[in-house]
Ligand binder design. Structure first.
Ligand SMILES: [Zn+2]
Length: 301
């Protein structure tokens, strides 16, 4: 299997400039290291009809190329169940019947990190289990034997974060993101994960899970997100932020691409040209503040 990087959007709507910027950076990281570049649609949750086609269209328009067929997580249930089965057989899972509210209201376990699952269902006896099973479907949680785990990140260096008994399969039967992403990356030969740094806090959980599954931990690079003028993560409500809306405002796809490349200190032009000038260590370490394409870009008028 060829080593690969990837971009893995959720098909919840059109990609905005922040998503496109992360995709371009993931592409540059992969291509500059001779890796394949894969696209995976993370459609376990929040999928909107038609969004996947829009996203692929916009990625292609901006110059992102990918290898092989696009993979969808909803087609991979068997692989997730197999991985959960392996963990269960190793005694590393348990059933959890807690509602969100019960978790919020439960006293946290001693020495537990802030926000960690309090372990309410960790040691239910057979009678309790039988009673609870009759009342409510169970989620499957990891029986973690660590409370924190350390990962290496190309841009952030060493990062230590919380590991708790996180959910592997929700009680509505949907595979949890942390499990799916680990299984998918391993199955697809992804050994380099480039994504927004909002996902850095959950990365130790994923690396810990990979270790339990005897899966190699990929190289991580968590890139700065794009923020609006208030410093909040860029969102659709911040005006014209998708290729379609920017086109209506007079900015061509190539102008948007060049604007994104400038934001990471790369020359305008094709992604292949940007590749020749790409040095990961020179990436800006501050978030990019999106102020639109108006007077700042070449799209004015
Ligand atoms: Zn529980």
């Amino acid at each position: 299997m060829t080593p690969a990087g990837r971009f893995a959007p959720s098909p919840s709507g059109e990609l905005h400039v922040g998503n496109l910027r992360t995709a371009i950076l993931a592409w540059l990281f992969a291509r500059s290291t001779g890796r394949d570049f894969l696209l995976r649609v993370e459609d376990l949750d929040r999928a909107r009809a038609g969004a996947e086609a829009e996203q692929l269209r916009d990625l292609a328009a901006i110059g992102v190329t990918w290898d092989g067929a696009v993979v969808r997580q909803t087609d991979r249930r068997e692989m997730y169940d197999e991985a959960i089965g392996r963990l269960r057989d190793a005694g590393l899972t348990y059933e959890c019947f807690c509602t969100r509210r019960e978790i919020q209201e439960a006293p946290s376990a001693p020495h537990a990190p802030q926000g960690a699952y309090p372990g309410t269902c960790r040691n239910l006896g057979p009678a309790e289990l039988e009673f609870k099973r009759s009342a409510r479907p169970a989620a499957i949680r990891l029986r973690a034997e660590a409370t924190e785990y350390t990962v290496q990140d190309v841009l952030h260096g060493e990062f230590t974060g919380v590991v708790d008994d996180f959910v592997l399969r929700r009680n509505d039967g949907v595979t949890a993101y942390n499990l799916a992403v680990v299984v998918d990356d391993a199955a697809q030969g992804v050994d380099q994960v480039v994504r927004g740094d909002d996902l850095l806090p959950s990365t130790p959980r994923q690396a810990y899970l990979a270790a339990l599954l005897h899966i190699p931990v990929p190289e991580y690079a968590h890139v700065q997100l794009v923020v609006n003028s208030d410093g909040a993560r860029l969102a659709k409500r911040d005006g014209a932020v998708t290729l379609a809306d920017l086109a209506l405002a007079g900015a061509s796809v190539m102008e948007v691409r060049d604007h994104i490349l400038q934001s990471v200190g790369l020359p305008s032009g094709s992604l292949e040209q940007a590749l020749a000038a790409f040095v990961p260590g020179k990436l800006p370490r501050e978030p990019w503040v999106w102020t639109g394409m108006g007077s700042a870009g070449s799209a004015a008028g």
